[in-house]
Design a protein around this ligand. Sequence first.
Ligand SMILES: [Zn+2]
Length: 375
Amino acid sequence: MAATPITDHPDYLRLREIRAGDLSSQAEREALAALAATTSEPRVALLAQTWQIVETRHAGAHEEAVVLLAETLGLLERVDLSDVTRSFARDALMGLAAGVSSALDVPEVDFAAIDDLIQRLETFAQSLELRPLLLWEVRIRRHSMVGDTREAEFWSKRLLPHVNYTNRFMNGLGCPNCTLGVIAWLRGPTVDPDELDVMFRPVFSGNTNYPGEDRSLLNAVFKGSPPPQCDSGLQLCSTVFGRSLLYAGRFAKAARRIKQARELGPGGTCLLPEIASLEVALAMGSPKSIDKACTELAPLAEKHEDIEERFLAQLRIVQAHRTRGRVAPTDAAALSASRLDKRLKRDTYTEQLARELAEGPPFPLKDAARLPTFL
Ligand SMILES: [Zn+2]
């Protein structure tokens, strides 16, 4: 018996309605969960759950996203997707890949499990005739996390020519701003800012002219105007660029970029803009700015589930307090470091913590002589 086209199913239309509606993130997650639980159409249940993963990840609840991913993979085994539309397939892939990204943020998920998930989703993408570009981005992150710069560079070089809106629509890659921001962030803060200047040119000059676009598709979608810019991607690019300027000692430009990034809205999902603000304050040695940035960052860091970012925030907060002559316990940062090191099976983060607490922040300080030593 041929399956009913999914686009005709009333529960699918309900799903589209939930997605297009103006619900808060929490309300949308609840509506999606309710639909997944009650629909008799397994394809709708699958798609509703994958959207739930995306929303859960965006809310920063990575552990919950991983649990949802495991459930959804179970469902995937039992669903026939042979007749779904391209946009259905793309959206399902995006949801599942968001779950793998969240798994990378939870250090208790080991890399062997991550590699299996990547492989499985690449096969899934190919079975639906989608290019697995989104999984290439996950690969860059996975290799960067273990310090394998050669593999990370290999996948970055492979992905960069495909970062455009065409692949956003056709293959479910993230928007170019977000994707370029992530690739650049994974290069680390000591990357040459002039290199990033070239990489980010399409982002910073009108969000247009990405390589390899299908012009007729873009004209059909955006009616000849440039695509509306994604603020969180722009914020990430500005922050990453600002940090590279800071680490290169170009303070004024760095401060300007990071200020622009902060003006695009509060962080939360990503702590980098707030971390970068504290780093600028530390580099400039201004007590007032250090205290302000520290007060803003501390409560966010406490509940942040992305442990790499949390660790970096906790380390900078300790450095900030010590700079101001205050006693600052290091156990919270040490706990994050040990969770990260456990998965790596080496003491990378514990050593970084000890080193940077002894030597001070790794970026050049404007007037280091004015600062008390950290010991
Ligand atoms: Zn984006």
